[in-house]
Design a protein around this ligand. Structure first.
Ligand code: G3P
Ligand code: CA
Length: 311
């Protein structure tokens, strides 16, 4: 009995002896796999880290004007970002705000039309506005004569410019800014992209804070890359792994405000095959810090700075 007991102990200890290194190895390798995963999440998953010119090269020229888009392309941006609003007569124009007073002289031209909402003006009326002089007044050291009298571009003008001057190296990154106040905006945008033969550009990106707007795109143009934008409040209290798994059925990536980007967000996004494009990154320190976390692109008003870092 005693021998059998000792033999049993010997087998057990042998098993444990064999098992322990394996177990230790397994644990170690599991930890190292997890660590590698973490590490691998802190590298871009996109083949190229994108320079996204936020409202054009808006650090140097009046935002959402043709000179701002031209300078973005001269500064080797991969994308020109275009925020979209819709006029009373259904034209899509490049404009960040839902109202016209911050970036045009609408208060002088139409003093009695407050609150100067884009949706209350026709394209012809908006074409009377100067969308560049405000910049010269706000940034006298960056002022240029050519900015005076710049008009608000239509989306189609912006597309034509990028096609003509982008040498096939610059793509469009368009945001449906307030789709809830512009019924039919998504359909209109898709028709314009088709009419201008850019809908099949593999690099074309549509972005929005509105999941509903993006899902509408997904249903109408399933091959277009979609970026779900996030503010901090949109992610507050959410399990990011679950959230990103959920949106990965329509989104190509996420556009988080830059302060949200920490390893946990990078891991959750990359593990769900979502690219990460933080906004808006203007200091070289922030640019480098985010690149070290493995972001796949950055929105910046200064595309030359980011392009220079990436060189
Ligand atoms: O579209 C990304 C980023 O531009 C979102 O913020 O307000 O600059 O359009 P906003
Ligand atoms: Ca935007």
């Amino acid at each position: 009995m005693k021998n059998r007991f000792i033999a049993g102990l010997a087998c057990l200890s042998l098993a444990v002896t064999i098992a322990v290194p394996w177990a230790v190895n397994a644990l170690a390798s599991k930890q190292s796999i997890a660590a590698n995963n973490k590490q691998s999440s802190l590298h871009p998953i996109a083949s190229h880290v994108s320079v996204i010119a936020h409202r054009g090269a808006s650090a140097y020229a009046p935002e959402h004007t043709l000179p701002a888009y031209k300078q973005a392309m001269q500064m080797k941006a991969d994308y020109v970002e275009i925020d979209l609003q819709m006029t009373k007569d259904g034209h899509l124009i490049a404009m960040h705000d839902e109202t016209l007073e911050r970036t045009t002289n609408v208060e002088q031209i139409y003093p009695n039309r407050a609150p100067w909402q884009v949706k209350d003006f026709t394209l012809d009326e908006i074409r009377q506005l100067d969308a560049g002089s405000w910049f010269n007044k706000a940034y006298p050291d960056l002022a240029k004569k050519e900015y005076m009298g710049q008009h608000v571009p239509t989306l189609e003008e912006a597309i034509t410019l990028v096609k003509q001057q982008g040498n096939g190296k610059v793509s469009l990154y368009m945001e449906t800014k307030a789709p809830n106040i512009y019924p039919g905006m998504e359909e209109k945008l898709i028709n314009i992209l088709k009419r201008n033969y850019v809908i099949h550009d593999q690099n074309l990106i549509i972005e929005s804070f509105s999941e509903e707007s993006l899902r509408k795109f997904k249903s109408m143009a399933p091959n277009v890359k979609l970026i779900q934008l996030y503010t901090a409040s949109m992610l507050k209290g959410k399990d990011v792994n679950q959230e990103f798994k959920r949106i990965s059925n329509y989104a190509y990536g996420i556009g988080p405000s830059k302060e949200l980007v920490v390893p946990k967000i990078m891991e959750a996004a990359h593990q769900n095959k979502l690219v990460v494009h933080p906004w808006t990154v203007n200091s070289q320190e922030d640019m480098a810090g985010l690149l070290s976390l493995g972001v796949d692109g950055e929105f910046t008003n200064a595309p030359d700075k980011l392009a220079g870092l990436l060189k």
